[in-house]
Design a protein around this ligand. Structure first.
Ligand code: MEV
Length: 436
């Protein structure tokens, strides 16, 4: 069968699988079973999942874990985390436990403004487009009232629209730059609907203006879309304790607190380290973002752009000592929601939000950032003391063993054997060979 197909989306799920198997797995009788073994026997649940996306033929499991003992703004939380990487959840829990004893995380939302742009070209007289924008601005607000009414009643809406002249960088390029508050929704659909309507109104209201001055054909709209760079949708979280307390956490490491500060100094001047440092933060952040049904790609893209805001890519976290106190903090943009998207649909997402006691979006921003900071603390703690591999490989042992279709009995023997030995791919292989 050909690997090219027309009208694939119109096929039934069974037909899609048949096509896939006959195109790619002719000699593999297991492929179909693998896909089917992840189907849910509850038909309506399966349909719900199928309909989240297109052309879906199975479900893709990720572990749904929980990390207890987070104290955030004096409230205790158990954090749902969805991540495939071993040792991330354990590290988060361990860091949380230490900081719970030292006052926990103090988190605050600095701002919650979202951004969207209509990108267009105009090569005429600049004064005319500026005047036209001033004329049309109230119309943009007025004519989008049917879209904004509900959001306004919840306390959100369009906060401002401005005209940005980028024509010195790209001939004729301008933007309608709009800011929004979307309350508990991430707001992508709301923002994009407003923007597309702005584009439509902006182009088609020229006849209401001084017609002889501006012709609608002079405005060439290229696209209307929200921005995932939201430097005014910021959350900050912080932990602190006195220097003796943090140093006594790692008595075998000289001046542990300063080592953490140096680790951040390194990340601030070396991009290779900074990206990995921030990846460690995103281990925690993405895990909660995914568990709570939010768009981790948006959060990732926005966070890394924010890490570059000074012109070089740097650490998202910061640490310093002041008055004999060690401070460790994280500030990053976080456009998430607790309503809309799959948040009200996916049963595990609903459960995750319940575990967090149904936070609003600002509360969730604080929780997610705090998990990111805990994760960063856990990673740096290992890195500047024993190294990351010791703990990580211990956690990864089971995954390495599972490659050999290991029995429960063998698993027990292996766990005992590796308690005081270094875990690596080859040491596990040797162990299995000797055992069998
Ligand atoms: C691994 O997933 C994350 C770390 O590399 C983060 C870091 O190096 O800071 C351990």
């Amino acid at each position: 069968m050909s690997k090219e197909i027309k009208g694939f989306s119109k096929l039934s799920k069974k037909e899609k699988i048949n096509w896939l198997v006959s195109s790619y797995f002719k000699d593999d009788s297991h492929a179909e079973n693998i896909l089917k073994q992840y189907w849910n026997s509850n038909e309506s649940l399966q349909n719900l999942h199928d309909e989240f996306s297109e052309n879906s033929i199975s479900n893709y499991y990720l572990p749904f874990s929980i990390a207890p003992n987070f104290l955030i703004n004096d409230k205790k939380f158990t954090i749902p985390m969805t991540i495939e990487e071993s040792s991330v959840v354990a590290a988060a829990g361990k860091a949380a436990k230490f900081w719970m004893k030292h006052g926990g995380f103090k988190a605050k939302v600095i701002n919650d403004e979202k951004i969207g742009q209509v990108h267009f070209f105009y090569h005429g007289n600049k004064k005319t487009i500026v005047e036209y924008f001033d004329f049309v601005k109230p119309i943009l607000f007025k004519k989008t009232e049917s879209i904004t009414k509900k959001m306004k009643s919840r306390g959100g809406g369009i906060t401002d629209i401005s005209l940005i002249d980028k024509s010195s960088q790209l001939a004729g390029y301008f933007q309608l730059f709009a800011t929004f508050k979307t309350v508990d929704a991430m707001g992508a659909n709301f923002i994009n609907s407003c923007l597309e309507e702005f584009a439509n109104i902006f182009k088609n209201s020229t006849q209401l203006y001084e017609a002889e001055k501006l012709n609608k054909e002079e405005i060439e709209v290229v696209m209307s879309i929200l921005s995932n760079y939201v430097p005014n949708c910021l959350v900050k979280t912080e932990v602190s304790c006195n220097v003796q307390d943090i140093n006594s956490l790692e008595p075998n490491t000289t001046d542990f607190a300063n080592k953490i500060i140096q680790a951040i100094n390194i990340a601030n001047l070396d991009i290779h380290r900074a990206v990995t440092h921030n990846k460690g933060i995103m281990n925690g952040i993405d895990a909660v973002v995914i568990a709570t049904g939010n768009d981790f790609r948006a959060i990732e893209a926005g966070a890394h752009a924010y890490a570059s805001r000074k012109g070089t890519y740097q650490s998202l976290s910061n640490a310093y000592i002041k008055n004999n106190n060690f401070y460790f903090e994280l500030t990053l943009p976080m456009a998430i929601g607790t309503v809309g998207g799959v948040t009200n649909l996916h049963p595990l997402v609903k459960l995750a939000l319940k575990i967090l006691e149904n936070p609003n979006s600002k509360e969730l921003m604080k929780i997610i950032a705090s998990v990111g900071l805990a994760q960063n603390f856990g990673a740096l703690r290992s890195l500047v003391t024993s190294g990351i591999q010791k703990g990580h490989m211990k956690m990864h042992l089971i995954n390495l063993l599972n490659k050999y279709d290991i029995t429960q009995e063998e698993k027990k023997l292996a766990t005992t054997y590796f308690k005081k030995r270094t875990v690596s791919s080859s040491s596990v292989e040797n162990f299995i060979q000797n055992l069998r």
